[in-house]
Design a protein around this ligand. Structure first.
Ligand SMILES: [Ca+2]
Ligand SMILES: [Ca+2]
Length: 267
């Protein structure tokens, strides 16, 4: 009879193979929108709300009108049909502080160290004050960072970014989302206009492009050397038990084999 010596290290290595790998090498893009038509077409008034990468949803809210418009000048590398998400119909002056903007929902399952970045363009009469808010439950939003556009009117502000890695609950959350809303100038009850010499108006527009959510794979517990030894011992003990058991039963099934259905085969 051949000895089962090869089965012992095999069981050990199967155990090792099941162990989680060390933490990822860095942030990856979880979800990214470029709002461009797929495939590219001949007009930037058409586009897509489906992320270029990953999964998520996007919608204007609070009464804004959302559509597509030319995003020339954003950091999108697309050589043609570069489109952005365009918002208009903001709140009348002095009303609705933080009530209108755009909402993104991106599940962060399995990831932490979440960050968000985006390009944003402001027309001259659009609000220069904008605020990033996040949600952990999908419905209540927490103000996190407030910005003021200093690039002027009809200009892109690329590379806006927020780091959310220190906020409990952002990681590994199926209900994570964020929104970017128009806010009054600090200490006032009025929206400031983006353009020098411009007056805020409800028909001012914001445009978004390259909205990107990044994260790293969740860390996993890496066993210490003595834990590897215990696991190896456990594999050996389990194998020994199976050998004894299978001899008594006279069967030849492999450990753990059952009679259930396997996988998700076609019905
Ligand atoms: Ca684009
Ligand atoms: Ca298009």
């Amino acid at each position: 009879m051949k000895t089962p010596i090869l089965a012992v290290p095999a069981a050990f290595f199967v155990t090792l193979a099941a162990l989680p790998l060390p933490r990822g090498l860095g942030q990856i893009v979880l979800t990214q929108w470029d709002f461009n038509s797929v495939p590219p077409d001949t007009t930037t008034t058409t586009g897509s709300l489906v992320p270029r990468t990953g999964i998520g949803s996007v919608t204007g809210f609070g009464g804004v009108s959302a559509g597509f418009s030319d995003a020339t000048g954003s950091s999108d590398p697309a050589k043609k049909d570069n489109t952005g998400l365009n918002l208009s119909t903001f709140a009348p002056q002095g009303t609705g502080n933080g009530s209108r903007g755009v909402l993104f929902r991106v599940p962060t399952l399995g990831h932490q160290d979440i960050s968000v970045s985006w390009d944003q363009r402001f027309s001259g009469t659009a609000a220069r004050g904008y605020q990033f808010q996040y949600t952990l439950d999908g419905s209540s939003f927490v103000p996190y960072a407030t910005f003021s556009n200093s690039a002027g009117g009809n200009a892109w502000v690329p590379g806006n970014s927020v780091e959310l890695g220190q906020i409990p609950g952002v990681a590994d959350n199926p209900d994570f989302g964020f929104r970017i809303v128009a806010v009054f100038d600090p200490g006032t009850t009025a929206y400031g206009a983006s353009g020098v010499g411009s007056t805020y108006g409800t028909s001012g527009t914001w445009r978004f492009d390259e909205v990107t959510v990044r994260g790293t794979a969740m860390p996993t517990v890496i066993p210490e050397p003595h834990e590897y030894a215990l696991m190896a011992a456990g594999s050996l003990a389990g194998f020994a038990w199976w050998r004894r058991h299978s001899r008594r039963e006279g069967g030849g099934t492999s450990p753990g084999a059952g009679h259930g259905t396997h996988g998700r085969g076609r019905a």
